[in-house]
Design a protein around this ligand. Structure first.
Ligand SMILES: [Zn+2]
Length: 222
């Protein structure tokens, strides 16, 4: 049996449709959010690949949009980890976790590095703040277990052409998990949404696969 885990970054309006698809197909997921990005109203749209608008969700809709899913920390305001002072990094990590716990009234144990930037020092802060893992943007198969969960790679981005090859590779290696990630603004066309839905259907049809969520993989210990 291989546990299928996924997480999604940045808290954008397309997450509404993504969450509906996940619920329809009984799939689990974590969402990595930046509390400072969510204001009283939805954010100003920015353009993605010059073909669609990307908007952050309003603060007041977060709890309903993500009901039933796991919330994880993506820092307070999405800075580049290597471009802020150690003090700023520390407050971005610690305060992000606290603010998300206050908003969602659920414990927050997951962390994802903005822009995937991480090193030993940034990872040490993530660990100290009470998280149980820190996700990078590196891809390694099998991705788990690795040397430290605070610099945790995934197996694949959700749109990688080698996605199913990676999955086959993970299964062949006897991997415990298959972990993929992305941003829902990357679904540009109806075909993109359909291709993602087909992925969920294909996992559901695989007798070797079972959905899991990240807190199951990285439990609180001690
Ligand atoms: Zn991000």
């Amino acid at each position: 049996m291989i546990k299928i885990v996924q997480c999604w970054d940045d808290g954008i309006v397309d997450d509404i449709r993504l969450c509906e698809i996940l619920r329809t197909h009984g799939a689990k997921a974590s969402f990595n959010l930046n509390p400072a990005s969510h204001k009283a109203v939805r954010g100003q749209p920015t353009r993605y690949k010059d073909c669609k608008d990307v908007q952050r969700l309003a603060r007041g809709e977060l709890c309903s949009v993500y009901e039933g899913f796991t919330i994880a920390n993506h820092t307070v305001s999405h800075p580049k980890p290597f471009e802020v002072s150690p003090e700023t990094w520390r407050s971005e990590v610690f305060d992000g976790r606290k603010q998300l716990q206050d908003i969602f009234q659920q414990p927050v144990y997951g962390f994802a590095y903005p822009y995937g930037q991480h090193d030993a020092a940034t990872a040490a802060v993530v660990a100290e703040a009470g998280h149980t893992y820190g996700r990078t943007c590196n891809n390694i198969t099998p991705c788990y277990p690795v040397e430290t969960p605070f610099r945790q790679p995934t197996d694949s981005h959700h749109m990688a052409v080698e996605f199913w090859d990676r999955y086959a590779q993970a299964k062949a290696a006897g991997a415990e998990i298959f972990y993929f990630w992305g941003h829902s603004y990357e679904f540009v066309t109806e075909e993109d949404w359909a291709a993602y839905t087909d992925k969920l259907i294909r996992f559901n049809a695989d007798p070797d696969a079972v959905w899991a969520d990240l807190p199951e993989i990285f439990p609180v210990t001690g």
